[in-house]
Design a binder for this molecule. Structure first.
Ligand SMILES: COc1cc(C(=O)O)cc(C(=O)O)c1
Ligand SMILES: [Mn+2]
Length: 340
């Protein structure tokens, strides 16, 4: 029996849920509003917003989550403050609520050190205070890394204003998990129909765009030791990496893209790891392992958005060697997120 550490497990606290409920009823045009209204303002008629009953599962640790982990043999959840985190709030409220959520998360991990680890949050729109929170998360709180959800007010991580956060993450050897959220106002265009604004499509486009902007924008030349984790089998990038590499190299040659010290493929292999969250497809997993190396692939459930049992069955039935199984199920997570 392999130790099972699930590494994109969503969670929240009542104070963040209450603030998101206010956002749900605010005039914001953010693409996240559909999801936020459906989850955090669910008791009112949300026709047209698609009521989705995830709130109970997000707030819960001991009533449903832990018993299900026991039932299905999941040793640990690596907890993350669920998207869009604190990023829809003003910078002061976001800074305060990130710190509160991090304190609560640290309490859970201290109470159940064999069952929960966690990624701390921060307010990217207050980069200097965010950098301080990174140091507190990795120092005093002894959490296992950081999580952030896609763009912040439409800005992506090739923007130098986020550098203090990357400096603090590099200095504390902390991996930053870039989790999806709805597409930014400039990206959302034709993505808002047919449910495409969600995890169906726009989430992958949103994170994939952020990743490519970081790689092609030279972020990993400036921060060579910065480690990023993404979910959902690498947000389509592993499948497309040959073409991304070829076309960016050509653009650099003809001056359409800035010169970088290394290639897109090298940055993706050296500076990224990714989880299987929400992609329970054995063929996609085999491709990802063979293409990117098993040391870069980490199992995850994406609870409560994905049910726990199917994700456990998926990985336990996956055809692979013992070494690969141990790497996928716990070895890589122990290394990347410093889990004992
Ligand atoms: C933050 O809300 C989420 C919703 C869903 C969904 O299944 O609708 C998926 C994810 C996710 O893929 O992480 C996140
Ligand atoms: Mn998720």
């Amino acid at each position: 029996k392999c130790r099972l550490i699930a590494c994109e497990e969503a969670w929240s606290i009542p104070e963040v849920a209450a603030e998101l409920k206010k956002v749900a009823n605010s005039p914001t045009q953010s693409a996240d509003k559909l999801l936020v209204k459906g989850i955090y303002d669910a008791e009112v008629d949300t026709s047209g917003y698609g009521k989705m009953d995830f709130l109970g599962g997000l707030l819960d640790v001991e009533e449903q989550r832990l018993p299900q982990m026991d039932q299905y043999g999941v040793d640990m959840h690596l907890l993350t403050l669920t998207a869009p985190g604190v990023q829809m709030f003003d910078a002061d409220t976001a800074t305060d609520l990130a710190a509160l959520a991090n304190d609560r998360m640290a309490e859970i991990c201290a109470k159940y050190p064999k069952r929960f680890a966690g990624l701390g949050s921060f307010a990217p729109h207050s980069p200097k205070r965010a950098a301080k929170e990174v140091e507190r998360v990795m120092g005093e709180l002894k959490l296992n890394g950081l999580v952030v959800n896609g763009h912040t007010n439409g800005d992506y991580f090739d923007d130098y204003r986020f550098w203090p956060i990357f400096e603090a993450a590099e200095a504390t050897n902390a991996t930053i998990y870039i989790h999806p959220r709805g597409p930014s106002d400039t990206l959302k265009g034709p993505l808002m129909d047919y449910g495409m604004d969600s995890a169906m499509w726009a989430y992958g486009v949103e994170v994939g765009t952020n990743m490519l902007r970081m790689m092609a924008g030279g972020v990993f030349d400036r921060f060579p030791d910065l480690k990023i984790c993404v979910g959902h089998m690498g947000e389509m990038v592993p499948f497309f990496i040959w073409r991304i590499n070829f076309m960016n190299s050509r653009s650099q040659k003809v001056g359409r893209a800035p010169k970088t010290e290394r290639s897109m493929e090298e940055y993706f292999k050296d500076n990224f790891v990714f989880t299987t969250s929400g992609v329970e497809d054995p063929l996609a997993l085999r491709y990802a392992i063979d293409r990117m190396g098993v040391e870069n692939v980490i199992w995850a459930i994406d609870y409560p958005y994905q049910p726990m049992k199917p994700a456990v069955d998926f990985i336990e039935n996956f055809a692979c060697s013992d070494e690969e199984m141990h790497a996928l199920c716990h070895g890589n997570a122990e290394r990347v997120f410093r889990i004992a």
